[in-house]
Design a protein around this ligand. Sequence first.
Ligand SMILES: NC(=O)c1ccc[n+]([C@@H]2O[C@H](COP(=O)([O-])OP(=O)(O)OC[C@H]3O[C@@H](n4cnc5c(N)ncnc54)[C@H](O)[C@@H]3O)[C@@H](O)[C@H]2O)c1
Length: 284
Amino acid sequence: MKKIKVAVNGYGVIGKRVADAVVLQDDMELAGVCDVVSDWRIRVAEKKNYPVFAFNNDFKKQMTNSGVNAIGNLDDLIDTADIIIDCTPKKIASKNIEKYKKANIKFIVQGGEKHEITGHSFSAENNYATAIGLESTRVVSCNTTSIIRTLTALKKAGLLRKARGTLLRRATDPWESHLGGIMNTLVPEPEIPSHQGPDAQTVDNELDVITAAVKVPETLSHLHYWNVQLTRKASKEEVIAAFKESTRISMINYADGLSSNNTIKELMLAMGRPYGDMYEVALW
Ligand SMILES: NC(=O)c1ccc[n+]([C@@H]2O[C@H](COP(=O)([O-])OP(=O)(O)OC[C@H]3O[C@@H](n4cnc5c(N)ncnc54)[C@H](O)[C@@H]3O)[C@@H](O)[C@H]2O)c1
């Protein structure tokens, strides 16, 4: 079987997870990872034997000077790959798009980029089939993914009329909490709807969803509260059964001692999940 050669541009929070996921697939091969840093962050990629590339020759020189074996630049990486997953920070990917299009390589961007960049926003349980054959797509953010998964489960069961959610958003990524992030305060987003509701509609424009969001002083995860109007009277068991149909939702029971996001995080670490990540939406 010919393996699809996948390139990852931006080896940060998302990129390193994408690269690790690619090497686990039988039908994919990691063509390489590309970044601009020369420190411990890219050394981890080297340690994992991932081919390392630099954004351009200046960054390649910096990597070489730091003892990192950079094989080439982004153009070289594109030349060796069938598809590129851009995991650079918000708004940087949009500048790479012309390069990808010119090279005639399929590409995927992340939730920090605008829907219009690809014209398709992706969440597997909702619209996998609509991505087949496309030249590009955008994987929506973690908050939007959670919204899509939970509301899609209710929609598939014919139960969803409309949903109104309040999102408690973590202040920053844990590894960057020495650099910033709010402390001892709560920061409501000034606009309602916050962007996540409309973003969910880029995946599924049938969803009647409105969100409000507040930034909270912790880094472990986000937490959502939802008020959902159903299409008809349904029992608790029926609603739970609808959520259980999703493989990407995990029902959490208070009685198991899982009463907070730090206990969930500890459970994921205890289970040996890489980075202590929870792949599913934890639903109490
Ligand atoms: N962090 C999250 O929890 C999260 C969740 C969902 C979606 N996203 C989205 O994923 C995308 C990436 O976010 P992240 O959190 O992984 O960012 P990050 O800052 O952790 O990682 C970005 C990486 O790209 C590198 N980079 C910067 N400029 C570059 C360039 N010109 N060429 C190559 N590499 C470059 C950085 O050095 C860094 O290693 C964003 O669109 C973000 O909105 C992030």
